[in-house]
Design a binder for this molecule. Sequence first.
Ligand code: BG6
Length: 610
Amino acid sequence: MCGIVGYIGKRPAVGIIIDGLKDLEYRGYDSAGIALLDNKNQAGFVIKQAGRVEGLEKLILDSQVPASSVGVGHTRWATHGLPTTINAHPQFNTAKTIFVVHNGIIENYLELKSFLITKKYKFISQTDTEVVPQLIDYYYRKTKSLDRAFEETIKSIKGAYAIVMASTYQPDKLYVAKLSSPLVIGVGKNEYIIASDPTPIMQYTKEVVYLEDFEIAVIDRHGYRIKHIEKDINVERKAELLDLDVSKASMGDFPTYMLKEIFEAPQTIMSATLGRVRLETNTVKLGGLESVEGQLKFIDRIVIVACGTSSYAGLLGEYLIEEIAGIPVEVQLSSEFKYRHEPFSRSTALIAISQSGETADTIAALKKVDDYGVLKLGIVNVVGSTIARMTDAGVYTHAGPEYAVASTKAFIAQVVVLIQIALMLAGPNKLYRPLLKELIELPNKVQLVLDQAPKIEQIAKKYVNYRDFIFIGRNYDYPAALEGALKLKEISYIHAEGYAAGEMKHGPIAMIDKDFPTFALACNSPLIDKTYSNIEEIKARGGPVVAIANKGNTTIKKLANDIIYVPKSLEQTQAILEVIAMQLFAYYIASQKGLNVDKPRNLAKSVTVE
Ligand code: BG6
């Protein structure tokens, strides 16, 4: 899960590549580097280091960088080898004539490495990627053709990869290859910007070409040639138009992307229901599922596959679809689903939920059922992403670009889409109309939660030094508690667990003491009395309690140390308001700890390797 950028054109490449790497830093940020081909003598110039792109930029400003309009760049999330300068990309051949940036994992790199070592090749890094430029070098010496050398090399590697290669042997070309990891080619006027996703491209051009698996392409200033190496055929592919709004990419007046994205929740809900929820006709219209509406009628089981925050949205979806549409649903973590042996009937539908649409585990889960003949649906945020293109039908969440590594608005949009899918599958029933109306009223209620931000910040101040936290909830609040705990873990590095409130007495309550606070979801529901008893049990062990409750709830005042009041909503939608309050709570704890909330340590926005 790295970010890669390539540029070939007329403009100075260095600035375009560095800006592109900054846009992609959410994919990995432990080391970065670029390679440029000197316009004058075509020599290769590499500069790389451990640490953020801004550090690399400073290094470049202090260095004699040649004038160059061809180059590649990389921002890394280490998989093989520590985040050091040697292991940073670009990796190159011993003669420093071939420069490669790679996102993914070369699964057979050890085998290739030992073969090349028998051919007297020397390796300086601990990376899997270094075998690529060395192998290209090997085939180039054999074939005297860089095109052939590149193709032979790509045919020899196994695993997941998005690769961009530049070489002094062909200084007017860039070579790219894709398998599983994302790669987009931005088509400009006599210039091409290659990147892991459209973000670094959209300020230069809205015309893009998506490479498919097993495709390679050779790009020069006049065009690109695509070849499918498995089918051994040339591929004609026209550029398609990006419908991404550049303005949404900026942080606006917010100090961080995460806070901006939390505060976008009202707009996010409106965008996820726009043209879909029709109160006047009492209907839900999901255009992206119309092509499979007939098949959906025969679905008698749904399996949801996802990772991280998307899996908790999926778990809320399980509760929603089962209650509203009466169809049994099972959420499975994608990384587990791929290797489980379970029966699948053709009347089962698989729903893949992913913000990025590029998460390798979820892609692998979809590939697993390729020959099962089951309906594959996607709930995805990034338009044109791999999961969007490999599913039979789906629903975009329209939450706009999400940059902060910890997902916030995408979760809200995923839950709102899952409510609409449940209603579409159910057809009119007693929950139908109230839920349609609530989806329209939610943005205002969400704004009332966001207005609590200063109060939530004050409460967070009291809990910033605790080392452990447990989040509890019942029914719809259980998945919400899991998501609340994940947010705190992701950005504050505090150990936090989400737990079904009823399970506390079967184990976790043993941990409770004055140093182990509990975050209790206690909004009005048929189960509120049971939640009160759970809070009492915690109080009895001296555990501090922060609670989320509905306005006017006086009972909770006697139980909790701190209370965040949120507007009343339906049982099925209350979790949306609660999760936003917990996103803010986690945010203020992490920012008060002075942590980088947008780029938490050890994480990345989308994990494109298994
Ligand atoms: C992790 C992200 O890498 O992947 C999480 O840090 C995210 O925020 C998870 O929830 C799943 O990603 P996606 O894009 O498949 O929803």
